[in-house]
Design a protein around this ligand. Structure first.
Ligand SMILES: *[C@@H]1O[C@H](CO)[C@@H](O)[C@H](O)[C@H]1NC(C)=O
Ligand SMILES: *[C@@H]1O[C@H](CO)[C@@H](O)[C@H](O)[C@H]1NC(C)=O
Ligand SMILES: *[C@@H]1O[C@H](CO)[C@@H](O)[C@H](O)[C@H]1NC(C)=O
Length: 537
């Protein structure tokens, strides 16, 4: 898409003006331009008409296909009657948290307005997704897949697949997002979902066609709101090859758990008699089990495959074999994450308190509330009174929970150990924007310093969303190499909406462009920053 003709060249010049800084940095990396219109529209995911959020009339939204280091210029026109933002789960927005598209970093796009995201898939490969981050919009759609392919000259540790398929799997509610929001705002818990979708469709509503003997890549992401899922292919196995931007040791699975917000790539070879097989997705860790199917259709299929549908695990914990999941080859070259001295330990305990008579969710006793101005924007203009650094502690106190705009301060170049401690009976899924991190340990019971003896410091997997099993803990190592304001959140969407999130402010006194970009010239300004200039001269 980069500059092949006059119009594209003019656009490029136009954006060069918009974006002097990234251009200097990005050099000749290609540009990909997208124009997206966000509207309400009728969808029938569970057979009944619902008002969904469409992007360019599609549900799920269009797929983003990019190559490492591509610049993604995405102009989003909001035709809803509510403010809207998209966020890009897994795109690291290096030095550029302004583009992250969550309430703490970016002003919402008002109804009838547009905003152009200017991002780069810097040094990244892998499977990601985008989603609407505000106001429980995610319950209405507005999400889609992102794939970042390796550059042609970079070897990938498996032969090119015959096709690259995306499977966005997730639970779904018949109630629309405004009704669900009303339930949450009135202090009640979100109920159990009504069904599961695969690429926006209900049972047998989506077909993946394969040619006999060929091998396919399936990129699987859990885009749902509330439940962990398991996926399996009738009569076939899956070879895991990628976890959220890391190529893995290639282990074969008959079924795979995908927790909220997580992404995996598996290879599947069409090596069975030519039939139509079921792809089964079912809920995990739920007393009632929902399931759905899509179709794996052999091009020369003789009809429905005989035999039962494959059963899956239900409530038992399937301890992730950390040793088996390590990156092969190490995408970070010779970087040995296990040998870097940890400079700070942060322990985060989730809870589900009642505050002022309402259901809330908290981390280290703080239930996050959004301020009137995005934190990053307030920080940039040094607008006081919006937030204070240090409003969430490094360790759980287990004291009474309270509402707060919680921001944790951290120093650029620190190397942190984060332990997610889950004493609840509910599986958790934690995501950190702006980063990938190494999962070093995961076990049942309570974490203690002695738990470190069991850490995998050799070949753990680097990813950006990690599960924490019921009454268990998960530990990660994370180099704080990306300056900015970064959302740390539960991927369980009611928990996120009702406060189980905070912001990590990774800060440096340096004002060098090598460390952080200034606010984008086209940034929308809102709240206490309304009326400021985006680039003071
Ligand atoms: C809105 O779209 C127009 C092009 O139609 C573009 O010139 C403008 O920069 C966009 N606004 C923002 C804030 O990105
Ligand atoms: C959601 O459904 C309610 C009725 O249950 C309706 O009043 C409301 O307009 C709907 N909202 C949207 C965005 O469709
Ligand atoms: C984990 O994977 C390694 C390497 O494949 C294997 O040797 C080991 O037995 C596995 N452990 C468990 C508990 O499955």
């Amino acid at each position: 898409m980069a500059g092949g003709n006059g119009a594209a060249a003019r656009l490029l010049l136009y954006f060069a003006g918009l974006l002097i800084v990234p251009l200097l940095v990005a050099g000749d990396d290609p540009y990909r331009f997208f124009t997206w219109t966000v509207t309400y529209g009728d969808i029938y995911p569970l057979g009944v008409k619902q008002q969904g959020i469409l992007i360019n009339n599609q549900f799920p939204g269009p797929q983003i296909e990019a190559v490492t280091n591509d610049n993604l210029i995405i102009n989003v026109f909001n035709k809803l009657n509510e403010p809207f933002l998209l966020s890009w789960s897994g795109l690291q927005q290096r030095r550029n948290s302004f583009e992250d598209g969550v309430a703490g970093t970016t002003c919402p796009i008002p109804p009838g307005a547009n905003f152009t995201y200017i991002m780069q898939a810097k040094d990244q490969i892998g499977t990601y997704y985008y989603f609407p981050s505000l106001a429980f919009h995610k319950a209405a759609g507005g999400f889609g897949g992102i794939r970042v392919l390796s550059r042609p000259q970079i070897p990938v540790p498996f032969p090119p697949p015959a096709a690259d398929y995306t499977a966005l799997i997730g639970d779904w509610y018949r109630a629309n997002h405004t009704d669900l929001r009303y339930v949450l705002d009135s202090g009640k818990a979100l109920g159990f979902p009504d069904g599961l979708l695969i690429n926006g469709r209900g049972p047998n509503g989506y077909t993946f066609t394969v040619q006999p003997g060929k091998t396919y890549r399936f990129r699987i992401t859990n885009v749902g709101l509330a439940t962990s899922l398991n996926i399996r292919f009738q009569g076939h196995t899956m070879k895991l090859v990628e976890v959220e931007g890391s190529h893995t040791m290639q282990t074969t699975y008959s079924s795979l758990d995908v927790h909220l917000g997580q992404s995996y790539s598996v290879l599947l070879t069409a090596d069975q008699p030519a039939f139509d097989y079921a792809i089964v997705v079912s809920t995990r860790f739920t007393t009632r089990i929902l399931s759905t199917t899509a179709v794996l259709h052999y091009a020369n299929s003789a009809g429905k495959a005989p035999g039962p549908l494959p059963g899956g695990p239900t409530i038992q914990i399937d301890w992730w074999n950390l040793t088996a999941s390590g990156p092969r080859p190490n995408p970070q070259g010779s970087y040995h994450y296990g040998l870097v001295p940890v400079t700070r330990t942060i322990r985060l305990a989730n809870s589900a308190p009642t505050i002022n008579g309402k259901q809330r969710y908290a981390v280290n006793s703080v239930s996050y509330v959004s301020p009137d101005t995005p934190l990053k924007v307030a920080d940039y203009y040094k607008i006081g009174g919006v937030f204070s650094v240090g409003t969430i502690a490094d360790n759980p106190s287990y004291g009474g929970a309270y509402l707060q705009t919680s921001v944790m301060g951290a120093s650029y170049r620190d190397y942190v150990e984060i332990v997610f401690e889950n004493s609840e009976d509910v599986v958790q899924s934690w995501h950190i924007d702006g980063y990938a991190f190494w999962v070093v340990g995961m076990d049942g019971g309570k974490w203690s310093a002695a738990s470190r003896q069991g850490y995998n410091l050799r070949d753990g997997v680097s990813r950006y969303t990690v599960q924490v099993y019921p009454r268990s803990w998960t530990a990660i190592y994370m180099p704080l190499d990306n300056v900015g304001m970064w959302n740390v959140r539960s991927e369980s969407w009611a928990r996120q909406y009702l406060g189980q999130q905070f912001y990590l402010r990774v800060w440096t006194p340096s004002t060098s462009l090598r460390d952080e970009f200034p606010i984008p010239k086209n940034a929308l300004l809102c709240g206490r920053a309304a009326g400021r200039r985006t680039r003071p001269l």
